[in-house]
Design a protein around this ligand. Sequence first.
Ligand code: NGQ
Ligand code: ZN
Length: 461
Amino acid sequence: MKQLIADRALLPEGWRSNVLLQWDDKGILTCVKPDAEEIALAPRVAGTVLPGIANLHSHAFQRAMAGLTEYRSDPSDSFWSWRTLMYKFAGKLSPADLKAIAVQLYIEMLQAGYTSVCEFHYLHHDSGGKPYANPAENLVCLIEAAQEVGIGLTLLPVMYQYSGFGAQPPHAGQARFINSPEWIISVLQALQAAHPQHAGLRYGVAPHSLRAVSPQSLQQLLTLLRQWDAQAPVHIHIAEQNQEVEDCIAALGARPVAWLLDNVEVDRRWCLVHATHMTTAETEKLARSGAVAGICPTTEANLGDGIFNGVRYAAEQGVWGIGSDSHISTSVSEELRLYEYSQRLQHGQRNMLAGSGNEGASVGGYLYRQALRGGAAASGRQVAGLQLGQRADLLVLDQQHADLNGKHGDQLLDSFVFCQHGQTPVRDVMAGGHWVIRDHRHTLQEQSALSYASTMKKLLN
Ligand code: NGQ
Ligand code: ZN
């Protein structure tokens, strides 16, 4: 029997003690029982058990660029000049490089408490833009990396066609990305045949942005997807930069989020990544759609995007989750903390994100529970926390950690999110019923560090 008893655990109904968890061979929870009497039978987990979080937005290869673009080469450096550097870097990567980077990144994610990741992957072809013999070569590298490391994966092949609104031809730097709706569906079919979906692996699609696809090709992709899998997740970058909003108004006559909500059936299958620049009306309408807002606070800060209207969105009970996107950081707590701090800095007040009520709410508690909920929805997988039918994805916080001493209930989440002293309190991590991190360590971490180092040496030469 695969089971454990947690001293205390965060369940959907709240904090509970002596929680017996059991799961099946697929890693799906078959029993979640607080105040369990079978205490003697199951291994006891000393510490605080939290549900693992899904990282809803990742471009794995960008992990290897972290720290390389913090150099001013021009006073007008911006998102767009960063993007030029990113394209240059992306142009150099081989499938083996991508895999080494992804293995390293996914270990780091697990160590931080992410038990799933959604890969928004657009590096499809070779450096010259020629498809690989297996068109899904790089996608398969990500599947292998996730499988070897033991993190849950939602793989979203990106549709990318144009360099800007009005179907402008792609730049040379975008040659590795270019494809079509038919290409996406045929790759999904090939992937499903070679690597069938299971509890730890889900496929979806990602039209890159309204800049990179046309209204026609977007509709075509969604029509084909409906035939292939009507429930598959759909992710899109949207309204991240003001320039993009202006270009969208000029080309389509509406702001990006408004256009998307008015022209496409956006529902709970959708994840709108960034959605930084919205009017109040757009914010309210997005919240009502049931779609997930994919907020990536460290990347959005790093790229100078702007601040998501979290206060309004929370008041409308909008669904959201977090992504580490460019991986300038892979810390669950830092992502959540920066999201709240962005709101404090903007409004000149404290404790901004605490749900739609007016008082008595833990900010860390709201942030953690919402990131769990939104991440699960965006991943399209059964990863919504410690309840029957969901994956046994969990983390154990070290109760001896100085930041957690003497704390109870949601104080633990407030401390996890807002305190940062010394090593992370995330001590052990289980994904799909397997311990993947034990005492902060992953079994592949030394091996990964070596291949990552040699990949970096080669790339930076
Ligand atoms: C990406 N990253 O796809 O990696 C983008 C940059 C683009 C973010 N938007 C490329 N954060 O948007 O065209
Ligand atoms: Zn992105």
